[in-house]
Design a protein. Structure first.
Length: 254
């Protein structure tokens, strides 16, 4: 047997096996798809479970004489209700014949409703008038408060204005001694002739030792040391001395 015949035989067997397996798979799959799944729970042959059944309340047995008494009372109650209904129907018919039927009752109710509405309108009008008066009084009080605040603010501004005017007048009065472009040369000469000294030393007793007035012209031989020109030790022998007691007395007098 040659090689080609062997290959043909093997391929034929393989094809037959594959075809048979495919048919088996299709059959199994068809059977599984056509099978209905059973419902979960009890089998159909068994009776319903006790927990599913509802509970029937059975009245206890009573005595025959009690049953007869209750039945007689029921009939008596029903007869009384029927009699009352007849009485009410007769009363309604009588009222209707005398002009006091349902239509008359409706008219009376409508008149009563109109009276209540009118009374309510009257009360609302009174409340409206009272509310208007209250709002008017509140508006007047608010207006008076606002006017008082405005008056106080105006008085405050007037006082500030008067103070500012007084300060300006005082500054204008002092303006004669101010240094300006016109009196600059005069003020310089005046400062050189009559200098004002502000430098002073003070001791523990409160005495002030002012720097002596500077000389207008240099007297004597000038010193060669310029670094300590303004380094001075003030004492009783230099400049003016203002004692503390005199200063306190002058301030108290002023």
């Amino acid at each position: 047997m040659n090689t080609s015949s062997k290959l043909a035989t093997l391929s034929g067997r393989t094809l037959l096996c594959a075809t048979s397996q495919f048919e088996d798979v299709i059959t199994i799959q068809t059977r599984q798809m056509g099978r209905r799944q059973p419902k979960q729970g009890k089998p159909p042959i068994l009776p319903p479970a006790k927990k599913v059944l509802y509970h029937v309340v059975n009245a206890p047995w009573q005595k025959p004489e009690d049953v007869e008494e209750l039945l007689w009372r029921r009939h008596a109650y029903n007869n009384a209700i029927v009699s009352l209904r007849e009485v009410f129907r007769a009363e309604l018919a009588q009222n209707a014949s005398h002009g006091a039927g349902i239509e008359a009752m409706k008219d009376a109710e409508s008149r009563e409703l109109d009276e209540l509405i009118a009374e309510n309108e009257k009360v609302n009008e009174q409340k409206r008038v009272a509310r208007a008066q209250r709002e008017e009084s509140d508006a007047k009080a608010t207006k008076s408060v606002i006017l008082d605040e405005i008056h106080a603010e105006l008085e405050k501004r007037n006082a500030e204005k008067k103070a500012a005017e007084a300060e300006v007048r005082a500054a204008i009065a002092r303006a004669d001694n101010f240094v300006s472009r016109e009196n600059l040369e005069t003020k310089i000469l005046e400062a050189l002739e009559k200098p004002t000294i502000y430098d002073f030393a003070i001791d523990r007793a409160g005495n002030r030792y002012y720097v002596p007035e500077p000389v207008k012209y240099q007297e004597g031989t000038p010193t060669r040391q310029k670094g300590r020109l303004y380094d001075q030790t003030l004492g009783t022998q230099h400049g003016n001395v203002v004692e503390a007691n005199k200063n306190v007395h002058q301030s108290a007098t002023v």
